[in-house]
Design a protein around this ligand. Structure first.
Ligand code: HEM
Length: 574
């Protein structure tokens, strides 16, 4: 759509029409739409009576058209209906071409029909395109979803890979992220990939997977790999309104402002405001409170002889700490916990449509709740984190209310699911490697290096992603602009080139420069807090319950690919 607006701009028009949509698709040789045209024997230059090479993927966007005209809006709606009729989850360029062939009252539609591109032949070509394993990518740099979905650009191709799990299964001898065994044990697949194809382009989607430590490090540190390289190409506000993008799904806005999805310079400004609350001094003040919450959680279950380590400690501790830190009332924590679980689930690489829809609802509810809390909150420098952040609204370059809200939600969800899993995965690893648990019980001063090793050994965040704004080399391969790179942090942390004997849990391990918290400008803001919580919780468990053991060997792993953790961890305490 952006390419169509650019094309209209180049032709000196203020509104993009169907012809501009057609040119944008025909000129993108990689698009599914141009595949359909080719299959139906359509030569774009004949239809237009001129060459289409001027299309703007590379060209300078001389003033971009501001709106889509009525006919192109109608064609986009038709394309949406075509995608629905064909039971396709997303609207792509192929549906736009099919829609043009249906709109035979338009001049371009009539010409397409005359050259042999009819609704029937377009549909046949689309089916062939699917059957051939989608030989071209479905969306291009300038593509925007007609049906807004948060993070659609990142998640769409990944979901495609997962949907094609069975195909990958046979193609890659069961070496697929879609393999159901993957969440239970991703490490054998990581090893297989690292040894055979450490920088691997997926055969079906424009997604690259990195499994070597040095490559993941490069992805995180090299400023050419961005979170949001197409920010400047986003659709103009008027077009977003025309398409109702962002009006029916508030999370679209979230993508724009949450620091996790921003690049400099705005990222630097937003992060610096929140970083004020994460100084060693302010975190040090939290220590007694974290110790008290941990003791309270354990006192409740100490007499029972057993507990679910997740529900009784790993779950409540981080949510209480972060909600209290932000300044939300204690009685609301159960509600906040449910909300942030829903949001965290939608952040996963393979989140389902239902999870996305649930997150959309929760987003609205949280917004209302947040507005009420802010209204009642006592402002001032000595107030809770939220009150201090709100002060920045009046500073030059400070955050607007929407940014404060979105980043507070990020802190809530990023700040507890991950720490829950650090404590859960950590205790699981220690109990499965009994000698290490006993070592920690005997030598409690090892707690700091133990937590670092647990972060490395079974990282709570397994993946993160970036996109190059220009073709960029990594690990000897060139990644084209706009193709998604998934850095497997969990794989990097088991790279034998970096960590000798990487599959062994060794709580005395030296030189443990793991990537569990990332590195570079997006390095986890809450790393010190998470470390402190885990050290206190695991240290207290080792002190009070050295005989602790698992009471069931059956584990249910969370389904998402991004966050790794078990749902329950029943243990006997004595
Ligand atoms: C064991 C617990 C945690 C793990 C493993 C973890 C992991 C990560 C990772 C890998 C990133 C970088 C993502 C990227 O580069 O794309 C990140 C970023 C972030 N984390 Fe954490 N995190 C944890 C706990 C926390 C906590 C407790 C908080 C807050 C209270 C927090 C807040 C954030 C924020 C705000 C960012 C974004 C920073 C930025 O974009 O500049 N995290 N985290």
């Amino acid at each position: 759509m952006v390419a169509a607006l650019d094309e209209a701009g180049r032709q000196g028009r203020d509104a993009a029409g169907v012809e501009d949509l057609f040119v944008a698709i025909a000129a993108d040789r990689e698009s599914a739409g141009s595949y359909v045209l080719e299959q139906c024997g359509v030569e774009a230059s004949r239809i237009l009576g001129r060459d289409t090479n001027g299309n703007g993927h590379a060209g300078p966007p001389s003033p971009r058209a501001r709106i889509l005209d009525e006919s192109s809006l109608r064609v986009l709606r038709l394309a949406d209906a075509e995608a629905t009729r064909l039971k396709h989850e997303h609207v792509g360029t192929e549906h736009v071409i099919a829609a043009l062939s249906i709109a035979s009252d338009l001049e371009i539609g009539r010409k397409l029909n005359d050259t042999g591109l009819t609704p029937k032949s377009a549909e046949d070509a689309i089916q062939r395109w699917s059957a051939e394993g989608m030989p071209r990518r479905r969306d291009g740099i300038g593509w925007m979803p007609i049906r807004p979905k948060w993070l659609a650009r990142i998640l769409r191709p990944v979901r495609k890979v997962l949907r094609f799990g069975p195909l990958l299964w046979s193609l890659y001898a069961r070496k697929s992220l879609g393999n159901p065994g993957f969440v239970k044990n991703p490490y054998s697949l990581y090893q297989w990939l690292r040894e055979r194809e450490p920088v691997r382009r997926d055969p079906l989607a424009p997604v690259w997977i990195l499994t070597r430590y040095d490559d993941v490090m490069e992805m995180l540190k090299n400023p050419k790999f961005l979170k949001d390289p197409f920010g400047p190409q986003r659709l103009p506000k008027l077009v977003r309104e025309q398409l109702e993008v962002g009006l029916e799904d508030r999370r679209v806005e979230a993508e724009v402002v949450s620091m996790l999805f921003l690049d400099p310079p705005r990222h630097t400004q937003v992060r610096s405001v929140f970083a004020r609350a994460f100084t060693p001094a302010s975190l040090g003040q939290l220590r007694p409170r974290i110790e008290k919450v941990t003791r309270d959680c354990l006192d409740k279950v100490a007499g029972n002889g057993g507990m679910d380590l997740i529900a009784d400690l790993a779950y409540p501790l981080p949510v209480i700490v972060i909600a209290e830190m932000l300044g939300f009332p204690a009685e609301d924590y159960p509600r906040i916990k449910v909300w942030s679980d829903v949001l965290a689930a939608s952040l996963s690489l393979n989140a389902t449509g239902e999870q996305q829809a649930a997150a959309s609802l929760v987003w609205g509810e949280m917004h209302e709740y947040f507005d009420q809390v802010v209204l009642k909150m006592n402002r001032g420098k000595d107030g809770p984190l939220l009150a201090r952040i709100l002060e920045s609204e009046d500073e030059p370059g400070g955050l607007c209310r929407e940014e404060v809200f979105t980043n507070s939600v990020l802190l809530l969800s990023a700040g507890h699911e991950t720490t829950t899993n650090l404590i859960g995965n950590g205790i699981l690893a220690l109990l499965r490697n009994r000698d290490q648990w006993e070592l920690l019980c005997r030598e409690p001063e090892l707690i700091e290096s133990a937590v670092e090793e647990l972060l490395r050994y079974d990282s709570p965040v397994q993946w993160t992603s970036r996109l190059p704004a220009e073709p960029t080399e990594i690990g000897g391969k060139t990644i084209p602009a706009g193709e998604i790179i998934l850095g497997a942090v969990g794989a990097a942390n088991r790279d034998p080139e970096k960590f000798p004997d990487p599959d062994r849990l060794d709580i005395r391990r030296k030189e443990n420069r793991h990537l569990a918290f990332g590195i570079g400008i997006h390095y986890c803001l809450g790393a010190a807090l998470a470390r402190m919580e885990a050290q206190i919780a695991i240290g207290e468990l080792a002190r009070r319950f050295p005989k602790m053991r698992m009471s069931s060997k059956r584990l249910r792993w969370m389904k998402g690919l991004t966050f790794r953790g078990v749902r329950e961890l029943p243990v006997k305490l004595r």
